[in-house]
Design a protein around this ligand. Structure first.
Ligand code: ZN
Length: 310
């Protein structure tokens, strides 16, 4: 079968129109992995166990069937492939499959209902089953992060007026939308980032001492290798990040003051600072001796051995 886009939409709609069937077995083949994946994705989206088998067969598009006590989704393999290719997004095919799966997961009887049986809510059983399946399909569409409008072509050719066993298109789209609205929405299509991810600002706060030897708090803010030191909220100095050691200590160099600073970050954001100042210092030579920036701190500098501070 080679479907054009026009016939595809018609067949998508025809399937939604056709409703579930009690059917005889036969004329079916094992499903492709592609179809199985879509169906299991639909079930996983709502955390329900799959209570049906998926088979390829000679149907228009897809159909919910009850064969004896076995629930089946029978779909047309050509239709599914074409739907993927011709609907831009492939979403209408998911909507149709989700609708059929919705009949099974809702436990619909798929029994033919006499036309004169009217349940208390005024909807005929079959009409109610169709709307429940549309509601389900809308919820799945949202949970799979597809937009509401991307799923609408599935209803394009459904009848404007209600029939004995199918509600009007407007009503069906309304239930589809209600299902979409009610589902927990994850961000639809997060923006695609060009290039590397944005650089996060790092903050390490340490105790240091002022020029008159008062113990003060100092904040180092790093962004893409450039670091600023702020004291009392005001910019105090600038550093270049040279490297990090295996213990994740950050080595900074201020070429004007020939000053090295080594920061030991902590998960609390309150870290430890050490320094080395030498007129002969260059950015190429990492010092081996360090003094603490915080004179009140007991204990000397730690060594990094096999990635651990000792
Ligand atoms: Zn249906």
């Amino acid at each position: 079968m080679n479907l054009s886009r026009r016939t595809l939409i018609a067949s998508l709609s025809a399937t939604v129109l056709s409703g579930p069937l009690r059917a005889q077995s036969g004329g079916t083949r094992p499903a492709s992995q592609f179809a199985l994946d879509i169906c299991s994705k639909v079930c996983r989206a709502v955390g329900l166990s799959q209570n049906f088998t998926v088979l390829a067969g000679d149907v228009d598009a897809a159909q919910a069937r009850l064969v004896g006590n076995t629930r089946q989704i029978v779909y047309n393999e050509d239709w599914l492939r074409q739907a993927e290719i011709y609907s831009d997004s492939g979403v209408p095919a998911v909507v149709v499959l989700a609708h059929e799966i919705g009949h099974h997961l809702n436990g619909h009887t798929l029994d033919p209902i006499p036309a004169d049986v009217v349940p208390p809510d005024g909807l005929r059983f079959r009409l109610r089953e169709e709307l429940e399946a549309d509601l389900f399909s809308g919820g799945i569409t949202a949970r799979l992060n597809f937009s509401y409008s991307a799923g609408l072509p599935a209803f394009a050719k459904t009848g404007e007026k209600p029939s004995l066993d199918h509600p009007s298109r407007k009503e069906r789209e309304g239930y589809f939308k209600a299902g979409w609205d009610a589902a927990p929405h994850i961000e639809v299509c997060p923006p695609i980032l060009a290039g590397p991810p944005p650089i996060r600002e790092e903050i390490v706060t340490v105790f240091t001492h002022s020029e008159d030897d008062k113990r003060i708090r100092s904040q180092f803010r790093g962004h893409g290798g450039a670091w600023q030191e702020l004291q009392n909220g005001e910019e105090f100095a600038e550093f270049e990040e040279i490297s990090r050691d295996p213990c994740n200590r950050i080595l900074l160099f201020d070429s004007e003051r020939k000053l090295w600073v080594r920061l030991t970050p902590s998960t609390t954001g309150f870290g430890k600072g050490e320094f080395n100042q030498d007129d002969r210092a260059t950015r190429e030579r990492v010092p081996t001796n360090w003094d603490t920036l915080d004179f009140a701190t007991q204990g000397g500098p730690q060594r990094c051995i096999k990635g651990a501070l000792v």
